[in-house]
Design a protein around this ligand. Structure first.
Ligand SMILES: *Cc1c(COP(=O)(O)O)cnc(C)c1O
Length: 375
């Protein structure tokens, strides 16, 4: 069995490219100052605002998700500012420690990996810290397959007067995300996750309140300065030469998403997430995330007893050519992960589950045999 068009790539990013995205990139360059660029940028950002559900701004920089953390910090904050950060896995920890490198006073709301940050715990921490300038919330923790209850956490943060900075790298265009209704100020994502594009674009939803904060920030910045970005995009261009092929890709991906419908895309991810979790549980493997907060874009689970995550990945690769991921941090070898975001549907996920079943069998057979011999 082979899966075409890169659909064997079942890691949580980069994700398979939609064929229309691939086709869109086969185009010539255009002048990045001129009418063609103005058209491309105008329609692309309008569509990106629709998917972010905002009437404020969406901007696109060359970069990745990690650049998004840095851009948010240097635009919205000043050295010494107090922030609270949710930490329920590797990405939350990276965002929090980046804040420390920039001289912010960071209070972590830490929960064990596999758990979500609950509104009660978050509110209690915010209450004990006092006034905060901003909160960092990981919407979907890709290292553990956990989705934090973002609308509730955002409301608590806003009530406490903090700006809401959201790492939506593995949720935007996959999970429900309502920038305006939920009051989110800076929403970070990267092209290679649910946007079904190649790596290389950092996408940021920016509220009007965040634009005001950018005028007050005490950090020096040039490339990430959202004020220059606003000025240029208003004039139909970007501050520096944009990665045009990636803009063509993102523009095409947005068409695909809007033709399916934003809510239909969310629903498809919910259905597929459920299917993957059921399939894994049916193999007798333990799901890693608290089931109440299980992610619909990435599923983490424990390999069969006595097996390492790298071993299971190798068995699946040898069986079907499908690439699944191992864990991160201290769970690197104790957890496997399957990505199901972006351009993805039932056939390739069922093929992945079937290959996983054969991998688990293959790993158990020698062990059962030696147990029989010992008996
Ligand atoms: C992938 C990911 C990142 C980092 O993105 P890069 O594009 O690799 O820099 C950050 N946060 C989350 C939640 C992610 O899934």
């Amino acid at each position: 069995m082979t899966l075409d068009n890169g659909r064997w790539l079942r890691i949580p990013g980069p994700t398979p490219l939609h064929p229309r995205v691939v086709a869109a990139m086969q185009r010539e360059m255009i002048p990045h100052r001129g009418p063609a660029m103005r058209d491309l940028l105008g329609r692309m950002l309008a569509k990106a605002r629709q998917v972010h559900r905002t009437d404020d701004h969406v901007f696109v920089w060359p970069g990745t998700g990690s650049a998004g953390w840095e851009a948010a910090i240097v635009n919205l904050l000043s050295p010494g500012d107090r922030v609270v950060a949710t930490v329920c896995g590797d990405f939350g920890e990276r965002f929090a420690s980046l804040g420390e490198r920039f001289g912010l006073s960071v209070t972590r709301v830490t929960v064990p990996w596999g758990q979500a940050v609950t509104p009660e715990f978050f509110a209690a921490t915010l209450g004990s810290v006092g006034a905060v300038k901003a909160v960092f919330i990981t919407h979907n923790e890709t290292s553990t397959g956990v989705t934090n209850p973002l609308p509730e956490l955002a409301r608590i943060a806003r009530d406490a007067g903090g700006m809401v900075i959201v790492d939506a790298v593995s949720s935007a265009a996959g999970l429900p995300l309502e920038m305006d209704v939920w009051g989110l100020d800076w929403v970070i994502s990267g092209s290679q996750k649910a946007w079904m594009c190649p790596p290389g674009l950092m996408i940021a939803g920016v509220s009007a309140r965040a634009m005001d904060a950018a005028a007050e920030s005490g950090y020096p910045r040039f490339f990430w300065d959202v004020r220059s970005m606003l000025k240029s995009t208003a004039a139909g261009s970007t501050p520096s030469t944009p990665p045009l092929s990636l803009l063509y890709a993102f523009d095409a991906a947005l068409d695909v998403i809007l033709e399916e419908g934003v809510e239909q895309v969310w629903q498809r991810h919910a259905t597929l997430g459920e299917r993957v979790r059921e399939g894994i549980a049916a193999l007798g493997l333990a799901l890693f995330a608290d089931s109440r907060f299980a992610s619909d874009t990435v599923t983490a689970f424990q390999p069969a007893l006595g097996m390492s995550a790298a071993e299971l990945r190798e068995l699946v690769r040898a069986d079907s050519g499908i690439e699944i991921a191992v864990g991160q941090g201290e769970f690197a070898d104790r957890v496997n992960r399957i990505g199901h975001m972006g351009w993805t549907d039932t056939p390739e996920l069922d093929a992945t589950l079937a290959s996983l079943a054969r991998g688990v069998d293959a790993s158990l057979t020698p062990k059962l045999e030696s147990a029989r011999l010992r008996a």
